[in-house]
Design a binder for this molecule. Sequence first.
Ligand code: 4AD
Ligand code: MG
Length: 459
Amino acid sequence: MNENSSSNEAAAPPPVITIRQMSAHVGEEVTLEGWLYGKTGKGRLQFLQVRDGAGICQAVVFKGNVSAETFELARQLTQESSLRVTGVVKADTRAPGIPGGYELDASGLELVQLAAEYPIQPKEHGVEFLVKNRHLWIRSSRQWAVLRVRATVVRAIRDWLDSNGFLNVDTPILTPNAAEGTTTLFEIDFHGEPAYLAQTGQLYNEANILAFGKVYCFGPTFRAEKSKTRRHLQEFWMVEPEIAFCDLGGLMEIEEQFVSHIVQRCLEQNGEELALLERDTSYLERVTPSFPRIHYDEAVAIVNRAAAAGELVPGYDDKVPHIEWGADFGSPHETYIAAQFDKPVFVHHYPTQVKAFYMEPDPERPEVCRSVDLLAPEGYGEITGGSERMADVDKLVAGIEAHDLPMDAYDWYIDLRKYGSVVHSGFGLGLERTVAWICGTAHLREVIAFPRTLGSMRP
Ligand code: 4AD
Ligand code: MG
C-alpha cells in the first residue's frame, strides 16, 4: 500500500483477535481485548479468566515470562477491569472457557480501567438484588448464555419465515383500538386523543395478507397484565405470521414446522450455551413435526380425570384443580396437559367466550371457535396462540357488538371483509416464553435484557 514504509519497518504489533478466533491462531502471538471475569493465583502464576463478549478464555501469566510490573498488575487486577492481554495461543483440550480448548500464554498485559469493587461477586446473590443490577447481571455467564440463545431464536424465526414465502411487514405500536381485550391496554395521550400501545399487530397483518399473501410482523408488544407470574411481562416480543387461504388445520401444520425449526436451530448453534445452562436437551431433540392435537373438550376431560384422582401437577406440590367446561386453563392445568405428551401439544377449539372477538366460531357448534394454543412442556405454558379469523362481514360486526367494542374504530378492519375476503389464519409466538422453555429458565425476566414486569421497570 505505502511503498515508503516497506524498507524500515518496525515489528508489527500482534493482531487483535476475538476468543472465537483463537483456534485459527495456535502458536501465534495475539492480543485479546476484554474484561476480567475471574482470577485465581498461586505463587508465580496468575490465571486470568478473560471474557470478550463472545467467549471466555484463560490467560496464564507466569512470573518468569513477564516483567515484574506486569506480574504485579495481574495480581492487582479487580473483577471486571477492562484490559488488553497479549500472548501466544496454546491448544490444550483441558483449557477451560467458552468455547474452551485454547488458552493464552501471556507475554504482556495492559490495563484499560481498573474496575471499582464489583457488586456481583462469584457467590449466590438474592434474585431481587440481581434484578436491580440487571445492567451488570447480563455479564454473568448464565445470563449471557440465555441472551445468546435468544438471538439465535430471533434469527431462526426470521430465516424460516423469510425462506418460506412470508413477507416481513411491520405494524404500528401506537394504535387507536383494542385487539386482545380491553383490560390489558396501556393508554397514552396521542395529542389529546386516547391511544394504546399495541397488544398485537394482528389486525394490521390481516390487511397486509390481502396485499402480500403471507406476512409476519415481529416486534415489542404491550400488555398491562395485572399478573406478577413468572410467565408474564408487561413488554414482550411477539412474532405474528398471518396467512391468506389458510384454515385451522393448515395453521397447525405451519406452526409445528416453524417451532421445530427454531428448537433444532438452537440445538445446532447453541450447544455450548445450553451446556453452560445445564439444560437437559433430550426433550428438545424430540421437537420435530408433527405435534399431537387435542380438542378443548378432551383437554378438559384429561384435567378433570386427574383432578378426580387427586393427581399432583408435575413439578409442584399442588393437586390438579378441577375445571368447569367453558373456562380458560390456568397454568397448573396447562402444565398437567402438556406433561401427558412427549412433544408440545396443540389444544384447539376453545370456548368462544374466553377468546378474542375475531375468532371464527365452529359452524356446527358456535360455543367453540377455531382457535389453537400450543402448550410447551415442563411448565412453560402457552407459547403460541392463534386462530382462523372471521371472514364474513356480518359475523364480524356481530362479534364486535357482542364484545362491546366501539364499531367506528374497526371500520377499516370490517372493510377487509368487503373486498375479496378469504379464509385466513395466523398466530403469535411469544419470544420470551419460547426462549425460557428452550433454555430451561424459570422466569421470563431472565430472557430479555431489560425486563418490564408488573411494578418494575428499572434499569
Ligand atoms: O395468545 P395471545 O394473546 O395472541 C395474540 O395476541 C394474537 N393476536 C396473536 C395472533 O394470532 N397473531 O399472545 C400470543 C403469545 C402467547 O401465546 C404467549 O406466548 C405470548 O404471546 N404472551 C406473552 N408473553 C409474555 N408476557 C405476556 N404478558 C404475554 N401474553 C402473551
Ligand atoms: Mg393466548
